[in-house]
Write a protein that binds this ligand. Structure first.
Ligand SMILES: Nc1nc2c(c(=O)[nH]1)N[C@H]1C(S)=C(S)[C@@H](COP(=O)(O)OP(=O)(O)OC[C@H]3O[C@@H](n4cnc5c(=O)[nH]c(N)nc54)[C@H](O)[C@@H]3O)O[C@H]1N2
Ligand SMILES: Nc1nc2c(c(=O)[nH]1)N[C@H]1C(S)=C(S)[C@@H](COP(=O)(O)OP(=O)(O)OC[C@H]3O[C@@H](n4cnc5c(=O)[nH]c(N)nc54)[C@H](O)[C@@H]3O)O[C@H]1N2
Ligand code: SF4
Ligand SMILES: [Mo]
Length: 717
């Protein structure tokens, strides 16, 4: 007889962190539903959450370490087997961990710590074990060649938060449940479920906003799922939002009583002077947004009883991401919408990464990359420089790579070049659950357990949520005896590598490290919660649906982490970057500009293996405006070649006035056609990689890659 049970679980696939109810028959997950008792997600679930059981049971998911079968010769590149034809064998955990520790430690001994490069992918942000153990392991390597998905995502947010508010993750969160005017630029929460704004059940919260008489305006080069449910959608040329936002800031100073910043805001006059020449008329010519619309939106924003301006991925992954995020910060702060109900507010999470120092305050330009001289932000270099750091010989060259939960071959600019660079390494190890486009280049893959098998507390996303809540979720199923949690892998790697390094840390340091690493994440959570004083692990164990700690509330200036508890809007780095805006946006961009898109049923590059999500459907067509189709000779449904400075792809075109004239759109995370991967489902929806077109030379001042607004040509095949 089967034993049917229902357990409370959690989804960690995206930032919405939905609470779940999971039905098991023995060890088999048979149903996943939203948990209506969850105080944050209130029953919300999306198709990805429903598929968590499929992920758990996916036969392609790795469960034991695998090693590339060595053939003749000793060095990695002398094996004679190319990545395309590599064969893999399962090996035991001890053997795998010893092998990895040997190779990484000997690389460090021979060439110094910078010879080991690290790339951290997106799922790390969703892993408790990475927060408690992975960060420490990576730190212990002492390499400057640290890269992550952040620099193809949100570094502009972090840099601006660091400069304005004194901590890189002190991010103002739109008070969506109380705002009357929600201005959304370059975000598509109807598909993404929200980002740097944990907002499960966005659709219902939006309905409530409208029922209160509030408005949502979306500025986006595509009429997205979110634009379709907005009160107003405004097309903008990719990469030109900076001039629109600067013109809005300029307009504030023209409006009677609009500029009313809090007493702790400095630099107002400097901002006024800096934006003087960014007129709405200039903005119209460059961006395509009518000057009158810019003026009207500014008036509506100022008149609203609580307004929140919010810009996300489309704004941070473009050439002026930091200026955009700074201008949004200025809009909110100058009008008094920062730190007020209905505006944007800071969170007060039960585990507070800001006040506890759990996540550093951030810094900028403490050191630079070796080849291109690109400044670090918060201890990371732009991933757009990774290939050149591997390819270019000399002191500090990256000779071995550790990737953790990342697929940079598909997710970072000029992925093809990176793939070739990875093949030239002496050694590569991936901590990952699949053999995919990136991990196939590794010598060893170490697969951790996934979310249903491990305890979870979301340190990061409770701290970015539209409401203060806390929730601890014990593992839903037991992990198999021979499986390892990610924190155990990080612990074992760190200890083994430290033990092998010739230049050993002191005994005291080693004892401290051992202590820190051997504490379990769950134990660490208990300690951190106690320190926060808002709830306890005992209470959370009694209430696995989560506890409500109330709506966001004003916290400034106390919560600021700037030295003087003041906000200085006149940041030299950003004011200087306005020069670049003036120069590069003096004329409207010409030709076709490529942007990305996300579909509700995918998750960056790695859920295409689940047939329940893809349904075998190809969703990676190039969207193109019918007028552009006519002028390029492209008919609906034909195959086209898309060419950029760095590469080309061939893909089916779909004509649609959903995109603005002059704009084409391809989703990222595809390109599963390469040999040597082990993802049968993904191979049925291969698509092409948009990052074979994106250009590692195009960076924001923060080092974030400008993945949107890439100039391309399109020709029919
Ligand atoms: N052109 C373009 N490029 C983009 C974007 C875009 O919009 N346009 N978006 C960017 C953004 S926002 C992001 S965040 C990045 C994402 O970039 P990446 O993080 O590099 O890529 P993902 O596709 O998220 O890959 C996640 C990897 O983690 C593995 N994985 C999944 N779960 C686990 C786990 O629990 N543990 C471990 N160890 N591994 C796991 C998966 O198998 C996969 O290999 O892509 C960026 N790239
Ligand atoms: N279903 C699904 N959900 C996800 C993910 C996923 O892959 N799939 N990924 C998760 C991750 S890692 C992240 S970071 C978040 C991202 O969350 P969002 O930022 O909400 O998601 P995107 O869909 O990338 O939205 C970016 C929008 O910017 C627009 N855009 C592009 N260029 C420009 C421009 O120059 N100006 C303006 N104004 N808009 C522009 C695009 O058309 C797009 O609508 O989503 C998360 N949630
Ligand atoms: S919205 Fe995000 S967290 Fe919620 S079920 Fe979907 S993928 Fe999971
Ligand atoms: Mo992301």
């Amino acid at each position: 007889m089967t034993n049917r049970t229902e357990k409370i679980g959690v989804c960690n696939l995206c930032e919405a962190i939905c609470g779940l109810r999971i039905t098991l028959e023995d060890d088999r997950v048979v149903e996943v539903r939203g948990n209506p008792d969850d105080p944050l997600s209130r029953g919300h679930i999306c198709p990805k959450g429903v598929s968590l059981g499929d992920l758990h049971h996916d036969p392609d998911r790795l469960r034991r370490p695998v090693r590339r079968v060595p053939s003749t010769g000793s060095g990695r590149r002398s094996t004679g087997s190319t990545t395309d034809e590599a064969e893999w064998e399962e090996i035991g955990w001890d053997e795998a961990l010893d092998l990895v520790a040997d190779r990484l430690a000997s690389t460090i001994d021979r060439h110094g710590p910078d010879a080991v490069g690290v790339y951290l992918g997106n799922p790390n942000a969703h892993s408790l074990g990475f927060a408690t153990h992975g960060v420490a392991m990576v730190k212990s390597l002492r390499t400057r060649n640290r890269f992550s998905a952040s620099s193809v995502d949100q570094v502009p947010h972090q840099l601006v938060a660091h400069l304005l508010y004194g901590h890189q993750l002190l991010l103002p969160i739109p008070d969506i449940d109380r705002t009357s005017f929600f201005l959304v630029l370059g975000a598509n929460p109807m598909a993404s479920n929200g980002s740097l704004m944990t907002v499960p059940d966005f659709p219902q919260r939006l309905r409530d906003l409208k029922a209160r008489g509030g408005r949502m305006v979306v500025v986006d080069p595509r009429r997205t799922e979110t634009a379709k449910v907005a009160d107003e959608h405004v097309f903008v040329r990719p990469g030109t939002d900076a001039v629109v936002l600067l013109a809005m800031v300029r307009e504030l100073f023209e409006l009677e009583g609009a500029v009313r910043p809090a007493a702790y805001v400095d630099g107002v006059d400097a901002v006024r002077t800096a934006v003087l020449d960014f007129t709405p008329e200039w903005a119209e010519r460059i961006s395509g947004v009518p000057a009158e619309t810019i003026r009207r939106l500014t008036r509506e924003y100022v008149a609203a009883d609580g307004a929140a301006a919010y810009g996300r991925l489309g704004l941070s992954t473009q050439g002026f991401g930091s200026v955009c995020q700074w201008a949004i910060g200025c809009l909110n702060a100058l009008t008094g919408n920062l730190d007020r109900e209905g505006g944007v507010l800071f969170t007060e999470p039960a585990i507070d990464f800001v006040t506890t120092g759990l996540i550093g305050r951030g810094h900028h330009d403490l050191y630079r990359s070796r080849v291109r001289d690109a400044p670090e932000v918060g201890g990371e270099l732009p991933v757009a420089v990774l290939s050149e750091e591997i390819e270019t010989p000399g002191d500090g060259q990256v000779r071995a790579m550790l990737t953790i939960a990342g697929n940079p071959v598909l997710s970072t600019p000029d992925g093809r070049r990176l793939a070739a660079a990875l093949d030239s390494l002496d050694f590569m190890v991936a901590v990952d659950i699949y053999l995919n486009e990136t991990t196939r280049h590794a010598d060893v893959v170490l697969p951790p357990t996934t979310i249903l098998e491990r305890d979870h507390y979301d340190i990061v996303f409770h701290g970015l949520a539209v409401r203060n809540t806390a929730r601890f979720t014990p593992a839903v199923v037991d992990k198999p005896r021979d499986a390892r949690h990610d924190w155990e892998i990080f612990r074992d790697l760190a200890l083994r590598i430290a033990g092998r390094l010739e230049r050993q840390p002191s005994l005291k340091q080693r004892v401290q490290q051992r202590l820190r690493l051997t504490i379990s994440p769950t134990f660490a959570i208990g300690t951190l919660l106690r320190r926060g004083g808002r709830t306890t692990i005992t209470e959370l164990r009694k209430r696995p649906e989560g506890v409500d700690l109330g709506p966001l509330r004003p916290t400034l200036p106390d919560r600021l982490r700037t030295g003087d508890r003041r906000i200085d809007l006149a940041q030299p780095l950003l004011l200087t970057d306005l020069e670049r805006v003036r120069r590069e946006l003096a004329e409207p961009p010409e030709g076709l500009l490529l942007i990305g898109r996300r579909h509700q049923r995918d998750n960056n590059s790695w859920l295409h293996n689940l047939d329940r999500l893809t349904r075998g459907r190809q969703r990676h067509q190039l969207l193109m405006h019918p007028d552009d189709g006519a002028s390029c000779g492209v008919a609906d449904g034909v195959r086209v070649r898309v060419v950029s400075r760095v590469g080309s792809v061939e893909v089916e075109a779909r004509l649609s006035d959903e995109v603005m004239r002059g704009v084409v759109s391809l989703p990222h995370g595809y390109g599963h056609q390469v040999p040597g991967t082990r993802m049968a489902g993904a191979a049925r929806v291969p698509g092409v990689s948009v990052n074979d077109l994106t250009d590692p030379e195009r960076l924001d001042v923060s080092g974030n890659a400008a993945l949107n607004g890439v100039p391309v040509t399109v020709t029919p095949l």
